[in-house]
Design a protein around this ligand. Structure first.
Ligand SMILES: Cc1ncc(COP(=O)(O)O)c(C=O)c1O
Length: 376
């Protein structure tokens, strides 16, 4: 085994988090209560929205939100994302439609969204994902949806603190959702958050996540148990305070990798105009699948926990076989063949980041030598 071991993700947990959790455990008030409400208040303030509603995960945040919006017939999602962007739609009886991505940003491409919108007849929710920490094309997406009378829900599960044109993601669309899973830019272990400026929507979400009740044992509507615990929220409050610093470390590491990758044929993540990318993951593009697999093996053997990104566009996942139909999204297919994820989380030191970058450079030299030898 290599001496160095750099995992693809690792949460930053220190004494402050441990003490905050211990305080809640000692208080005896463990389930949803005052600590959750304080976390919601601070998260709403951070994102710059009126309301934040905490849930048990990013998946249940989206499920709650679609349920609260009501009468959703179609849900439009990018074809490259985590499965949970799309599956909550099924639970609320909506039809999932897939939208191809932009090859450079990996995000939902407005031109393909325009086409998908033309096939819907209203009652649609569009879910752009700020994939890997880079905001989607929000101006174009918001304009298209406004014109078509469609609702935009931002999937900001991978983009806490990212900015689009100076605005925090999760506060641009009608509503947003976040995940606090341990690999994310901040964590509550499991946990999620809905953000919105709409008072009625926020009230519906609060009721749905708690068995449809506003008052204890007065169940007005159908709901579920999608609550966050005080223990998780205590962790979240500390992590939120550290978020900007943790994002700065991710950005610093990404810049180091960018410099190294410039000397190779591996493309660093492209950052589009008007974006602050917070690098939930550093997703680079190799020339082809063979090169990607070779680089992956080379890095893994040297202790770098690089990974392949999503192995297929989500419309090819078995769970969607019955509904996806017969089509291929060329850009999503192009990216899944080539992308590789490199560690940039805050516990990757400057030295580690250079080490990863140098490994990629060394691999590139060997790879191109090998290619040259083959062609002679
Ligand atoms: C883009 C995206 N959407 C939704 C989710 C679901 O969040 P959770 O894992 O907290 O349920 C995730 C989490 O991995 C995600 O990356």
């Amino acid at each position: 085994m290599a001496e160095k071991q750099i995992p693809i993700a690792r949460p930053v947990i220190g004494d402050e988090e441990i003490n905050a959790v211990a305080d809640v455990l000692n208080s005896g008030m463990l389930a949803q209560g005052e600590v959750v409400y304080k976390f919601e208040e601070e998260f709403a303030h951070y994102v710059g929205v009126k309301h934040a509603i905490a849930t048990s995960s990013g998946t249940t945040a989206l499920h709650t939100l679609l349920w609260a919006i009501g009468n959703v017939r179609d849900v439009l999602v990018p074809s490259l994302t985590f499965i949970a962007t799309a599956t909550p739609a099924i639970f609320v009886g909506a039809r999932v439609q897939f939208v191809d991505i932009d090859r450079r940003t990996y995000n939902m491409a407005p031109e393909f969204l325009a086409h998908a919108i033309s096939k819907c007849d209203g009652g649609a929710v569009v879910i752009p994902v700020h994939l890997y920490g880079q905001p989607a094309d929000m101006d174009e997406i918001m304009d298209l949806c406004e014109e078509a009378g469609m609702v935009v829900v931002e999937d900001a599960c991978q983009a806490h603190g990212a900015l689009y044109d100076g605005k925090k993601v999760g506060g641009i669309g009608y509503a947003g959702v976040f995940s606090f899973y341990p690999t994310k830019n901040m964590t509550t272990i499991e946990g999620g958050m809905i953000t919105t400026n709409d008072d009625d929507l926020a009230e519906m979400c609060r009721m749905i996540r708690d068995h449809g009740q506003r008052e204890h044992y007065r169940h007005e509507i159908l709901g579920h148990n999608f609550r966050m615990t005080n223990v998780s929220a205590a962790l979240g409050l500390v992590q939120l305070k550290k978020l900007e610093k943790m994002n700065d470390a991710r950005i610093r590491n990404a810049k180091i990798l960018d410099e190294h990758l410039k000397n190779t044929g591996v493309l660093p993540p492209y950052v589009a105009e008007k974006r602050k990318h917070v690098y939930h993951l550093y997703s680079a593009l190799c020339p082809d699948r063979k090169a990607r697999d070779s680089l992956l093996q080379y890095l893994n053997e040297r202790g770098v926990g690089a990974r392949v990104g999503y192995p297929m566009p989500i419309y090819r996942q078995k769970v969607f076989h019955d509904i996806a139909g017969n089509f291929v999204h060329e850009n999503a297919e192009y990216v899944v063949e080539r992308h590789i994820l490199l560690p940039v989380h805050p516990l990757v030191s400057v030295d580690d980041a250079h080490y990863i970058g140098e490994c990629v450079e060394n691999w590139w030299e060997k790879w191109t030598d090998g290619q040259r030898a083959k062609s002679q």
